[in-house]
Design a protein around this ligand. Sequence first.
Ligand SMILES: *[C@@H]1O[C@H](CO)[C@@H](O)[C@H](O)[C@H]1NC(C)=O
Ligand SMILES: *[C@@H]1O[C@H](CO)[C@@H](O)[C@H](O)[C@H]1NC(C)=O
Ligand SMILES: *[C@@H]1O[C@H](CO)[C@@H](O)[C@H](O)[C@H]1NC(C)=O
Ligand SMILES: *[C@@H]1O[C@H](CO)[C@@H](O)[C@H](O)[C@H]1NC(C)=O
Length: 418
Amino acid sequence: MAKRLFTALLAAMPWMVEAQTTKAVYAHFIVGIVENYTVDDWKADITQAQAIGIDGFALNCAPPRIDSYTPKQLANAYQAAQALNFKMFISFDFAYWSTGDTPEITSIVGNYSSHPAQAHGGAIVSTFVGDNMDWNAVKKALPNQKITALPNIQDPNYLASAQTGLDGAFSWYAWPTDGGNSIIPGPMTTIWDNRFISNLAGRPYMAPVSPWFFTHFNTKNWVFICENQPTLRWEQMLQLKPSLVEIVTWNDFGESHYISGSQPHHSDDGSSAWATGYPHDGFRTLWAPYIAAYKSGAAKPTVKSDQLVYWYRTTPKNTVCTGDTLGVPNGVQLLADVVFVATMLTSPAQLTVTSGGNAPVTVTVPAGIQTTNFTMGVGNQSFSVSRNGQKILGGTSAKAIANSCVKYNYNPYVGVLP
Ligand SMILES: *[C@@H]1O[C@H](CO)[C@@H](O)[C@H](O)[C@H]1NC(C)=O
Ligand SMILES: *[C@@H]1O[C@H](CO)[C@@H](O)[C@H](O)[C@H]1NC(C)=O
Ligand SMILES: *[C@@H]1O[C@H](CO)[C@@H](O)[C@H](O)[C@H]1NC(C)=O
Ligand SMILES: *[C@@H]1O[C@H](CO)[C@@H](O)[C@H](O)[C@H]1NC(C)=O
């Protein structure tokens, strides 16, 4: 009912669409794994994203010479978005594009900049790396369009003097790092965000929010130390109040930071080895109140019903896998062998966690969202919440923690109760 009213208001007052871009949440969508997506497949993802308040997708794509289906899938994405009043913008992946592609980039930006589903505030365009891309050239070639370039920039100091026509910036430092892919101890901080904000001097900053990072390809094999980040990072956003947020990511299964459902029609780059059977849907449940709080400017999320979300790795860090030719991912020794529980409560209660063979541990948890961790034990993982001596919710996770493995997998298993 309320949602219908809001949609009707949007239609009646187009200025609200512009206002929305001052505090919007987008999610990074890897087009490279949806070669055969139909418009209906796009609609299924959009519906899931809209259910937690995500406003649009940043469409990460490679040039047609790499992925011949890029134009077709951009068209499908915008068509599905238009039908559902969702937004899209293009995020050119400069692992594949180069500044020599400026005419083709201009033609794609120009093709969608006045599309009804284009994310606005000036038609947004973004990137992965591509720091040197000259957006002035794109703008000059599209004199009748207002383009807002929010590229990913690797060195925030560059922003103070950049002459490339950028209007703001997006950071890819979504995990604890000294820059690049260096692995440092957690927890996540806002050190990089603050560097971006100060160098942008009032121009819009699109901040990255990511739940996790584990990848296990022969070209990249590491974890970032970001285990309490699914809630900590949003708490940072509620304090920092950046202009825009981009969730990293919607569907990058390869780096284990997806929050989408399992997407039955995506193609498999080998990441099914660690992503299949490791749902992250619970992160969407957990993030909906944070997204609402971020958009309203609230300092704390509002919880409407009692729930809990748990996440954990399914092997302790010293477990040696017997059939893995790639070896132990870098950074693993910095991980903690704990199980995380984020309680989402309307009033205080008692949380009891029984992790494997460990004795049950009971703690008092406050109203709102609170994250508590518990020493990991091998075996089943059980959770229960009581209030005034009455059990209000509980259950045992479908996935146990094991002290044996064939291949390394540090992707978390995420569950929701009830
Ligand atoms: C331009 O957009 C239309 C859909 O509106 C699409 O069919 C076409 O492939 C696009 N062309 C380019 C170059 O992206
Ligand atoms: C997409 O469909 C084409 C044609 O049926 C097929 O050749 C290709 O393997 C499919 N791609 C993926 C990633 O499933
Ligand atoms: C677990 O909780 C304790 C107590 O709040 C905290 O000091 C510690 O950093 C947490 N561990 C992780 C890995 O987040
Ligand atoms: C874990 O729970 C399942 C059912 O929920 C049960 O069949 C199994 O025996 C339990 N495992 C252990 C080690 O307790």
